[in-house]
Design a protein around this ligand. Sequence first.
Ligand SMILES: Nc1ncnc2c1ncn2[C@@H]1O[C@H](COP(=O)(O)OP(=O)(O)OP(=O)(O)O)[C@@H](O)[C@H]1O
Length: 479
Amino acid sequence: MACLYVGAPACVLPLPHVFLSSSRVPKALGRLYVGALATRFFSLLTPVVPANASSALACGGADGAEAPPSPAGPTLREMCQGKVPERVLQRAEEMGYTIPTDVQRQSLPLLLSGKDCVLHAQTGSGKTLAYLLSVFSAIDIGRSSVQALIVVPSRELGIQVTKVARMLAARPVGFEMMQACTVMALLDGGMLKRHKSWLKAEPPEIVVATVGSLCQMLEKHALKLEAMRILVIDEVDFMLHSSKQVYALRKLLTSYSTIDSRQTVLASASIPQHNRFMYDCVQQKWTKNDVVHIHVNPVEPMPLHLHHKYVICKKKERLCTLLNLLQRDKPKSGIIFVGEQSEKSKRLGQPPSTTLVLDFLQNSYRGNLEVLLLDDDMNFNARATSFAELRQREYLLVSTDISSRGFDLPQTTHIYNFDLPRSAVDYLHRAGRTCRIPFSKNTCSVTSLITHEERFVLQRFENELMFECEELFLETLTA
Ligand SMILES: Nc1ncnc2c1ncn2[C@@H]1O[C@H](COP(=O)(O)OP(=O)(O)OP(=O)(O)O)[C@@H](O)[C@H]1O
C-alpha cells in the first residue's frame, strides 16, 4: 500500500494512498474559510510545495511513471506513444485532441502503466479522454471479447461516452484495412434483446453500460467478464451513494470480477471525504492496495473564470426574475435547473416545477433559443429526442439534476438555479455544465434565484466550495 503525501503535514501520513496535486499555486489560498473540512485544509497545503509532485510520482510506486511535465510539456501523442495504438492516437488528433489538459497530463503516466486510479478533477477537465485512452491501451483490438467496461449513471451520459469512444475507435485514414474495434452501449431504455444476441454472436471489445442494463445482462449470463482487463466507473461518488445502484455496483466490483485481473479506474469531480473513500477502496477490495488518488487542483474545485451570482426575490417573483435575467444575459445556450417534484405534490396531482417553468418560458421568452425539457419522469423516447436536439441547436434547457452529471454541452454559457441544489456537491456539478472548453478563459456564469432565508444555504455552499457569489439586485434587472 502506497503511503506518501505531497506537502501534507505528518499527521496525515498513515492514510492509504498517494496524493498528487496540481503544481499551480492557487489564488484561492487567501480564501480559506473557517469551517471548511479538515481534509480540505490539508489539501490546501499541498500545492505550496509543487516541486514535490514529481517525487510523489517517483517514490509512490508508480511503475515507470514520470514526473508531471510543465505546462509546455509533451503532447498527448508523446505521452501515449507506445502504449495507445497508433490508429487511436491518429483519431484523437483528427478529433482535435493534441495538447493534454491538466488531468490528462497528471493521470496518463499512471493510467497507462496499469495502475488503479481515482481520477478526481474539476468538471469539464477532460477525465473522459484520460480514461478512454487507458481503455484503448489495455485492450487488444480485434480480440472478440469484452475487455473494457465503462459504467455510467445515466443513459444520456452513456450515449455521450459511447460517442467519444466510437470516434476514437473508428479507423483513421490509412488504417482502413485494419480490424474494427467495437463499442456497445448497454443503456437503460435500449433494446436489450438485440444486445443479448450481439453479445453472444460477436462480443464487442468495449461496453458502456448503465447499472440497470448491465445487471440484467450479467444475471442472464449474456455478458461475461472473464476477459475484462479494465473497469471504469464514471461519477463514482454518485453511483456509490445511490441506493438503487450501490448493491449492484459493489457486486460488480467484488463478485463479477476481481481486482487482480483488472485495472480499476474510478472518476468524478467530487469525492466527498476522499481520504475515507480511498481507504474504503482498499478495504472493500474495489481496487488494489496501491491505488493512486489523482487529485488535480484541489483548492479550485470549480473553474476560476466561472462567475457566481445570486438574486434575492420572493418565490412568486421567480419566473419573472428568470425572464429578466435571460433578457439581460442573452446566453449563447443555458440550462435552468429546477428541483425534483416532491412525492406529496405528485400525490396531489400538481404539475412538476419543470413543466411550470417550461410553459412560462414557451409563452413569455422572446429570444431565439429553443426551450427544451429534460426530466427524470419523461419516457426514454422523449428524453432521447430532447437530448438529440440539444446537440443540434442553441437552447434553453429546463432540467432537473438529471443533466447535472457528466453532460458535455460546451456551448452552455449560463446556468440558472431556479431552485437551489440540495448540496454543495450538487451545486458543483450543476455549475460544471458550463466552462467546458479546455484552455478557454471565456467567462461563464451561474446565477441562483433565492429567497432571503436561502441566502444562508448558498453561503454554506460558498464556504464549502470556496467561491464567492455576487449579489444582483432585483431593481437593476427590471430597470
Ligand atoms: N486534450 C483536450 N484538448 C481539447 N479538448 C479536450 C481535451 N480533453 C477533453 N477535451 C474536451 O473537454 C470537454 C470536457 O471533457 P470531459 O467531458 O471529459 O470532462 P469531465 O472531466 O469528464 O467532466 P465532468 O466531471 O463534468 O464529467 C469535452 O468537450 C472534451 O471534448
